[in-house]
Each structure stands twice: as structure tokens, then as C-alpha cells.
Design a binder for this molecule. Structure first.
Ligand SMILES: NC(=O)c1ccc[n+]([C@@H]2O[C@H](COP(=O)([O-])OP(=O)(O)OC[C@H]3O[C@@H](n4cnc5c(N)ncnc54)[C@H](O)[C@@H]3O)[C@@H](O)[C@H]2O)c1
Length: 266
């Protein structure tokens, strides 16, 4: 089944690492043109190189962007419009956490987590949606987390921000649906690469409690909470994100899909 993504123009935020990297590589494999927005330009350029080596035929570009800074988002979106003329797909993937006990965390960390996990998505939506609405077409997929659906131990502010992404998506889906713009959310469960070498320093996987999951023992014990008895891979998540971004899902909007091997069922 073809996904009809050939020649589509896609922005992927956080495309330099793990899930964003797999989304970018899968979109590129499907023939889309990709603009990667990442604070880590070296990591994003590395992913572009990987896509080229895998035979990608589309236009691929990296834009160093701190997504928590509205002006930087505006500048990068402006450059994408100059280069690609129009934006068909927006994947809001950048995010991160520094898991730990809420009562021990400083307020500055709370601000940072809300800026990274929620305000970055607001900035991207507010900057990209006008182009999609004007043209009468757009596909937006945002990464939240099962933590945003059910709450998670030691991830209070992150969970709240991800719940915000879900509600923001549903609200905007109602506002812009009449312009053939769809917005959906994908919630991964634990998605930790086997190879730590493949993960840049900026990854959330090096911060707070997440570091524990690098040991085989912790991975095995975490897997027991998943109906499919394994942790997800970045490719598991990318497959669903790319499907939702394709015209195969033209009549799906305002939905939240967990890709977590049966960790949550709702
Ligand atoms: N990995 C998991 O277990 C997991 C589970 C549930 C949800 N998620 C969500 O999925 C998404 C991707 O997760 P991941 O594991 O690939 O994350 P990751 O930390 O490996 O990658 C995030 C990317 O975002 C970039 N980034 C960080 N701060 C940025 C900023 N201010 N501006 C621009 N770019 C920035 C990083 O450089 C990195 O390339 C996130 O939204 C995350 O919250 C991940």
C-alpha cells in the first residue's frame, strides 16, 4: 500500500535523535522532502547524511532551531517556506524530561519542561498552521506520551505538558478541520535504543531516572509491564506517525494513538 508521501514537504522537529530520526528516515524513504528542526544541528545533519546514504531522493535540509524560542521557530519556518514553497506535514517530535520527584525539582526545571514539551508545540502550530489553512491542506502529528494519558511516577510536569499537547491537538482539530487540516497525537511507551552510541548528548534518555533503563536488567523488568513483553523501537513509533501523516488517514483527526505494546489500553 503506497503512502502517497512522494514529493510532500515535511518539517520534523527533534529529528536528530531516536524517534524523530526514525520518522525523518521513514518519510525520506517514502520520497518526502524533509526539513529537520533541532537544537543539535550536528545530529540533524548526521540524520540527513544517513537518509542520503539510504538512497533518499527528496530535498533534505537541517535548520538549527531552539524550539522554545518563538522567534527562532518563525525564522526557520520562514526559511522552509522560501526553500520548499509550501508545508504539507508538520511532525512535532522534540521533547524531553528530567524525571525525578516533583517536590525535589526546582521551579526553573518546571518552566523548562513546559517550554520544551508544550510551548514548543504551540509555537510550531501557531507558525505553520496559517500556511496550511491558507492552502487548504495539512497533516500534523505530535508526539505526546502515555504519561500524558495516565500520569507517570516521577514525571509530573512532563505528564501535564504532554496532556496539554493532546488537548491542544483536539481543540485545534476542531478549529481547522474545515480547511482539510488534520491533527493527531501519537503516544509512545518506553522507546530506548539498544545502542547508547547512537544517542546524542541532548537526548532525554541521558537525563534523570531515564538513565536507569540502559541496563539490560531494567529493560527486562520494564518489558513485563507491556502486553507484548518488549519495549518499543523508534521504528515502531515512526511507522504509525508516518501513516497518520499520509493520505491513508485523510478522515482521521483529533485522535490519540498509543504505540506502546499494550502498556495502556484506552
Ligand atoms: N523515548 C521514549 O521513551 C519516549 C516515551 C514517550 C514519549 N516520548 C516522546 O517522543 C518524542 C521523542 O522522544 P525521543 O526519545 O526521540 O527524544 P530524544 O531526547 O532522543 O530526542 C529529542 C530531540 O529533540 C532535540 N531537542 C531537545 N531540545 C530541543 C529544543 N529546545 N529545540 C530543538 N530541538 C530540541 C534533541 O536535540 C533531540 O535530537 C519526545 O516528544 C518525547 O517526549 C519518548
Amino acid at each position: 500500500m503506497e503512502l502517497t508521501l512522494s514529493g510532500k514537504n515535511a518539517i520534523v522537529t527533534g529529528g536528530g535523535s531516536n524517534i524523530g530520526r526514525s520518522i525523518a528516515l521513514t518519510l525520506a524513504e517514502e520520497g518526502a522532502n524533509i526539513a529537520l528542526f533541532d537544537i543539535d544541528e550536528v545530529a540533524a545533519l548526521g540524520v540527513i547524511q544517513e537518509a542520503k546514504e539510504a538512497g533518499a531522493v527528496g530535498n533534505l535540509a537541517a535548520f538549527a532551531t531552539d524550539l522554545t524560542d518563538r522567534q527562532q521557530v518563525e525564522a526557520s519556518v520562514g526559511r522552509v517556506v522560501e526553500k520548499f514553497e509550501q508545508i504539507d506535514i508538520l511532525i512535532n517530535c522534540a521533547g524531553g524530561d528530567q524525571a525525578g520527584p516533583f517536590l525535589d525539582q526546582p521551579p526553573e526545571l518546571h518552566r523548562k519542561l513546559v517550554d520544551l514539551n508544550y510551548m514548543s508545540v504551540v509555537h510550531c502550530m501557531h507558525t505553520v498552521l496559517p500556511h496550511m489553512v491558507e492552502r487548504g491542506y495539512g497533516r500534523v502529528v505530535s508526539l505526546a506520551s502515555d504519561a500524558g494519558r495516565m500520569g507517570e511516577y516521577h514525571e509530573a510536569v512532563y505528564s501535564g505538558a504532554k496532556a496539554g499537547v493532546i488537548a491542544l491537538t483536539k481543540s485545534l482539530a476542531r478549529e481547522v478541520g474545515r480547511h482539510d487540516v488534520t491533527l493527531n497525537v501519537v503516544c509512545p511507551g518506553l522507546t530506548i535504543p539498544e545502542d547508547p552510541e547512537a544517542v546524542p548528548e541532548t537526548s532525554m534518555l541521558w537525563a534523570g531516572d531515564a538513565i536507569d533503563f540502559w541496563t539490560p536488567e531494567r529493560r527486562a523488568s520494564a518489558s513485563r509491564r507491556y502486553a507484548l513483553r518488549r519495549l518499543g523501537t523508534a521504528q515502531d513509533v515512526a511507522n504509525v506517525v508516518v501513516f497518520l501523516a499520509s493520505d491513508r488517514c485523510n478522515f482521521v483527526t483529533g485522535q490519540t494513538w498509543s504505540v506502546s505494546g499494550g502498556y495502556t489500553m484506552m
